[in-house]
Ligand binder design. Structure first.
Ligand code: DC
Length: 223
């Protein structure tokens, strides 16, 4: 009998600290990482590159099925091109959340996401990790924070990268994305029934990381 793979899911809206928490847990556990948002962003990149219309369901699903993206160390590589920084933009995120509402696109990406689960374990970061992709996960975390706080964090992060950012514009982008992610019919952003909800609005990210690590130790996912 094959050994089951422990999975920790981290869901929540953008800018809530999922990526930082996922990296922290990956280092502490030695588990693999699935950044599912990066898959949707790579699909958005491919969609623009191939000039596919955002409502061409058949073409989008076909591209999703054979998406020529690879994750090499910390890089996202599309047909041999390193697109890591290109897919981090708000514009790509907007296209990603637009095409992510299409059920056929989500279905086409499902097997690819599930395939990330291998020993010693997986940290899965996204919107529907605990509800749809890994419903049997051992630990399900759902992070929240207000759109204003997430926008402030995003502006700080962009400034630290030397990129100027307009807080009002970023808040509007975040709210528009929340609206699509929360209200889509297929796999909307919502906590799984058995998820642990962590409101990070007034918590610093180190506290969130330590809380999550204690859960991992409690559940004996690592020794
Ligand atoms: O996590 P992120 O900001 O990189 O994700 C970009 C978009 O991709 C997000 O707005 C919605 C979509 N997405 C999704 O629908 N399901 C996921 N599991 C991950 C991302």
């Amino acid at each position: 009998m094959s050994q089951s793979v422990p999975v920790i899911t981290i869901d929540g809206p953008s800018g809530v600290g999922k990526g930082t928490l996922a990296q922290f847990l990956m280092q502490k556990t030695g588990f693999h990482l699935l950044d599912s948002g990066a898959i949707y962003r790579a699909l958005a990149f491919g969609t623009v590159k191939e000039n596919i219309a955002l409502d061409d369901v058949a073409a989008l699903a076909a591209l999703a099925k054979t998406l020529p993206v690879e994750f090499i160390d910390t890089s996202i590589v599309y047909q041999g091109e390193d697109i890591t920084s290109q897919v981090r933009t708000e514009a790509v995120a907007g296209v990603a959340s637009t095409i992510a509402v299409i059920p056929e696109v989500r279905a086409a990406l499902l097997a690819r996401q599930k395939a990330f689960a291998s020993l010693p374990g997986l940290i899965a970061d996204g919107r529907d990790m605990g509800t749809v992709v890994f419903p049997e996960a051992e630990i399900k975390l759902y992070l929240t924070a207000s759109a204003e706080i997430r926008a402030e964090r995003r502006v700080k992060q962009l400034k630290s990268q030397g990129v100027s950012a307009n807080i009002d514009q970023i808040t509007r982008d975040i709210e528009a994305r929340d609206e699509r992610d929360l209200n889509r019919k297929t796999a909307p952003l919502k906590p799984a029934d058995d998820a642990i909800i962590v409101d990070t609005s007034s918590l610093d990210i180190n506290t969130v990381c330590q809380k999550a690590l204690s859960l991992v130790v409690e559940k004996a996912l690592i020794t």
